[in-house]
Design a protein. Structure first.
Length: 449
């Protein structure tokens, strides 16, 4: 096992990883930007190295500084967390070139799945059902018109290099297509440095259901069941749960098998998530694969008892998965609310400032993953997520009751947060009855607050 790991991330996920390391008796090295000197992950790690100024591109995306920090401190492995370098094959390759273990899949698997259009082709070849759409990227305007006409409108344009809910445009009719193509290409080029798009049929009011899987370097795979992430705004997740009320044991088996089939096809080793859309008829379609630990991984940990970050570290160290599919049992229900510094009433605009008063919820079945504390000054440079509040209950009702109780206890003053908004979601009768779809926020919450 590793003796020392560098964590190439910040915020709650850096802390999550430090905690796993501490329980495994592994020393930790934090990296931080000048704006994050007072951040909790810096204080919690055994060592910390400042890797650059506030802007992410100068610090958390500063590859030479991060790699040299690992070398200087003698870290044998780097955990990338999510976002930043977690899905960049060049980073995984740089680690390998410097004899540092990248805690994640091989660069080749990241590359195959990171290009979303190509990932779909790989999935289709592996026999996984995919959302109907263009074969690979759109080659010409003509090509786009032909594909869209064949499928029927509405359709979706998606950036092949996209992520984090960005680079997606819904096209309602033929008249809009040419204009949207131009805008989407320019946006994708600016945001991801790659303007290539692909096109998909718009699935009507689907559920977002994803499978968590683990694969080791010895060819063994298990899946940990599904998470439902249909509660989204602007294609970004707000609240997640496990299991999904729409997933029967038979759908779970089929989806799990499909996810494992894809993982095997690309020689995937480590934790990964295969995202699907589930339609009203119980049919599911592959959407994309995230080759990293996911924000919402704790709901799976609560219902399966598997520590996903610990497994990631064990797998990267070459150990065998200690689990078989038979060992995986879903126990009870878990819900996560993303607590974000934003104003739902002002179209979820981010809010920055200092936290003047902070009281955290707690109690039976409650987990709070966060880097904030009373007096913490939220830097404006990074993601606005402040905390993940996760609860477990013996069933969905108990989990909803517990989450509502926790949200009522939670006090964050000094910045605007979405705590009240999350409470409203939990109180909504459609949410309570489990009638969910990705259209929930627009349909049932009037779009905003
Ligand atoms: P990202 O890489 O940004 O996570 P995804 O491809 O996973 O992008 O899509 C993000 C969200 O957009 C999905 O969770 C879903 O709500 C919505 N979405 C994506 N593709 C479709 C589609 N073909 N039909 C309907 N909704 C879609
Ligand atoms: P998950 O699928 O784990 O829920 P998200 O799609 O919410 O992940 O993304 C996790 C984090 O990474 C978020 O903070 C999101 O903004 C960021 N992110 C994901 N993909 C990208 C990307 N391609 N570019 C920039 N940020 C991204
Ligand atoms: Mg996605």
């Amino acid at each position: 096992m590793f003796k020392k790991i560098l964590i190439a991330n910040r915020g709650e996920i850096a802390i999550r990883i430090i905690r796993a390391c501490r329980e495994m008796k592994i020393a930790t090295v934090a990296i931080y930007s000048e704006a994050d000197a007072d951040s909790l992950h810096v204080r919690m790690a055994d060592e910390a190295v400042c890797v650059g100024s506030a802007a992410s591109k100068d610090s958390y995306l500063n590859m030479p500084n991060i790699i040299s920090s690992a070398i200087i401190t003698g870290a044998e492995a780097i955990h990338p967390g999510y976002a930043y370098f977690s899905e960049q094959p060049q980073f995984a390759e740089a680690c390998e070139a410097c004899n540092i273990v990248f805690i994640g899949p091989k660069a080749s698997a990241i590359e195959l799945m990171g290009d979303k259009a190509r990932a779909k082709e790989t999935a289709a070849k592996a026999g996984v059902p995919c959302i109907p759409g263009s074969k690979g990227i759109i080659r010409s305007e003509q090509d786009a018109f032909k594909t869209a006409a064949k499928m029927g409108y509405p359709v979706r344009l998606k950036a092949t290099a996209g992520g984090g809910g960005r680079g997606i445009r819904v096209v309602a009719s033929e008249e809009e297509l040419a204009g949207q193509l131009k805008i989407a290409t320019a946006e994708a080029q600016a945001a991801f440095g790659n303007g290539e798009l692909y096109l998909e049929k718009e699935i009507e009011e689907p559920r977002h259901v994803e499978i968590q899987l683990l694969g080791d370097e010895h060819g063994k795979y298990v899946h940990l069941g599904e998470r439902e992430c249909s509660i989204q705004r602007r294609n970004q997740k707000l609240l997640e749960e496990a299991p999904s009320v729409a997933v029967t044991p038979s759908i779970r088996d089929k989806m799990g098998e499909a996810a494992v089939k894809l993982a095997k096809a690309v020689g995937y080793a480590n934790a990964g998530t295969v995202e699907f859309l589930l339609d009203k008829h119980g049919r599911f379609y592959f959407m994309e694969m995230n080759t990293r630990v996911q924000v919402e991984h704790p709901v799976t940990e609560f219902v399966t008892g598997v520590d996903i970050v610990r497994e990631q570290i064990r797998i990267a160290a070459g150990e065998k998965l200690g689990l078989t599919q038979k060992d995986i049992k879903i126990n009870g229900h878990s819900i996560e609310c993303r607590i974000i510094a934003e104003d739902p009433a002002r179209n979820f605009a981010p809010s920055v400032g200092a936290i003047s008063r902070y009281v955290a919820p707690g109690g039976y079945g409650v987990r709070l993953d966060t880097h904030v504390y009373s007096g913490y000054d939220i830097p404006p440079y990074y993601d606005a997520m402040l905390a993940k509040l996760i609860v477990w209950g013996k069933d969905r009702n108990e989990a909803i009751t517990r989450m509502s109780r926790c949200l009522s206890e939670y006090e964050i003053e000094g910045v605007k947060t979405n705590i009240e908004y999350q409470k409203k979601i939990l109180a909504n009768s459609y949410f309570r009855s489990g009638e969910l779809s990705t259209a929930f926020i627009t349909r049932c919450m009037n779009g905003g607050g």
